[in-house]
Design a protein around this ligand. Sequence first.
Ligand code: CA
Length: 652
Amino acid sequence: MKAQVQDEYMDWPVPAGPICEMNYSPDQTCFQLWSPKARSVEVRLYDQGEGGDVARMSCGHIHHIFLDKNEDGTFGGVINGDLKGCFYTFVVKDENGNLLNETPGIFAKAVGVNGKRAQILDLSTTNPKGWESGVKPVLVHPQDAVIYEMHHRDFSIDASSGMLHKGKYLALTERGTTNGQGEKTGIDHLVELGVTHVHLLPSYDYGSVDEARLDSPQYNWGYDPVNYNVPEGSYSTNPYDPAVRIREFKEMVMALHKAGIRVVMDVVYNHVFDLKNSNFEKTAPGYFFRWNNDGTPANGSGCGNETASERPMMRKFMIESVLYWVREYHIDGFRFDLMGIHDIETMTAIRRAVNSVDPSIIIYGEGWAASTPGYDANKLAMKANVHFIKGIAAFGDEMRDGLRGAWYDDKKGGFLVGIPGHEESVKFGLVGASYCGGVDLTKVNYSREFWTGEPCQMISYVSCHDDLCLADRINVTLMARRGKKKSAEAHEAECVRLQKLAYAAVFASRGIPFIWCGDEIMRDRKGVRNCYNSPDSINAIPWRLKSEHKDVYEYVKQLITLRRHLRWHEGGEYHFLPVKGSNVIAMFSSGVVIILNSNRRTITQEIPYGVWQIVSWSDRPPMSVSAGALPTFKGSSLKVPAQSALILVERS
Ligand code: CA
C-alpha cells in the first residue's frame, strides 16, 4: 500500500435518506446538495442547457437562490412555481471561501448537451409506451448467462449493418436488418446467435465525445464519466433535449427485453476523467477520492485518480446509482470497471441492495486495478478476494492469457498457437477458477489458488474491448511463432481454426461465457491495440464478415446451443482425462467430453470406454444436435484433427 487512507473524511455527516438533489412538482421544486464543509451553496436556473445568461431567464422565474445548511451535511431550499424544463446548476463556496465552478451535482438525472447543466424534468414523461408493464427475459441461474460485450458505434456504424440509426441507442431497437447478403444483423443477429445478455460499453454520460459536434465522426469507449446517472448524449438523436436520450435508452432496453435479451451496463465508479473538474470535486472537495500522504491523488486507476468507495457517502452514491439504473432503466446487470479499486464491503452492500429488487441481476467486474490502490489490499474486491463476495464474478485472465498469450506482449503466443506450458492456465479457466484436483496450480500463470467460491464467479473469455481483439492476436502470434507465413490461404485457414478453438475453450468453461462483439464473425481491428478513440475504419464491425466467415459464426452459435442443451457447465462429475504430450486438454463433465487440440497434427485421445456420439467437430460444418444422423461409436479412443475441438456425449 503506497498511500494512506484519509480518515478525516470518514467523520463527515451523511444524510439518512436517499440522495435527491432535485425534486419537482408543478407547484415547487426542492433542491438539495450534500457538501458538509461548504460555506454556501447556490442554485442557478437557466432556460437552456448551455450558454444564455442567468439574469435573462425567459420563463420569468428568479434565477438563483442560496440554499440553507442542514445538520446532515446537506444544503436545501425551495423555489415556488412550475420550473419544468428549466436547467440548473449548483455553485459551492468551499471552506476556504473559494467559489467553485458550476456543477449539475453528483446525482443529476437529466442533463443538457455535454452534461453541463441538469434539467428539471418529470421522468415519467420519458417512459415509452408499455414501459411499466414490460417483462424481463427469464434468467434462472447466472451460469446460464451468455454475455455479448458491445460498443454502440462499433455495432451499427458500418454501412453493411443495414441499420438506420447508426451509432445510436435506437439501432438496438431495429428488427429485420441484414448485411446486404441476407445475413441478419443487429438485434436479430443477437437473437439468432443465442446470447442472453448484451453488455454495453459505457453508456452513462461521458466527456470525451463532444455532443455539440456530432456532425463530425468521433469515437470513444467512454471510460471518462461525467454524469453517472444519465445516458450518454452522443448515442441519442438529440443531445440538447434531455428527455430524448432518456427515452431512447429506455426504448433500447425495452426492445432488447422483447427480443429475450437482458442488458448489462459497464459502470466506472472507480475514477473520473478530470479530478479537479469532476462533479464530485466541485460538490464536496477532497471527499470522494483517495489521497497519498503528500496530498497528490492516489492513482489505482492509472487515469490520475481513484475514488474512495469505503467512505460512507461514496458507498451510498454507488449503491443508489446502481439501484437507480435498475429501477428507472430496468437494467439487468453491471460490469464494474477496475472493481479491484472498490472495497469488499461496498461491493457486498451493492449485491445485497440489488438482491432486494431482483436477485437475477448479474454483477461482475475486473478483479484488479491498473496500479496499486491507496487502500488496504485485503479489503479490496480483487480477484483473489472474489470468493468472499457471493454473487459477484470476476474476469478470468488466467485462461484468457493461457490461450492467447500474456497481455503485456502482443507477440507472445499461448496454447492456441501450440506453445507448450499453458495447459494448466487454460484448465484453471475451464474449471471456473474453482477447486479441481486435476489442475496443477504451480503451472498456472497468474494464480496460485482457486479464487472463486463457485464456477459462475468467473467470467470465461479470450477477448474483450481491451488490447488486440482475438483475430488480430491470433494473426500476430502465429506470424511471430512461424516466421514467414506459407501462403495467405493457409495462414487464413489456420487463423479460422484457432478462432474456433479459442471459443470452444470459452464455452467449455464452467464460468460464464463472454464474447467480444464481432469475434463471432472474426472481425479484426487492423492490428490496433488500444483503439479506445480509433476511427470507425478500425472499430466498426464490417457485417459482410458474417457472410465471409459463416463457418466461424455457425460454430460459435452451435457452441451456445450445445452448452444450453448438454449443460456440461452445471457440475456433476468433473475431471480431466490423461493426455499424451503437450497442447492437448481433454475434460469430462456430466457425461460430456470436450477435447481441445492445438497441435498442428492429428492426435489420438483416450476416453472412457463406452458408446459415444460426436456432436461437434470445430473443423467441420456444424451439425444439428437434434438430427438423428449423428455418428455414434463404441470404443475408448478417437482421433482429434489438428487445431480443433471436439465434443462428445456418452450414450449409455
Ligand atoms: Ca457526454
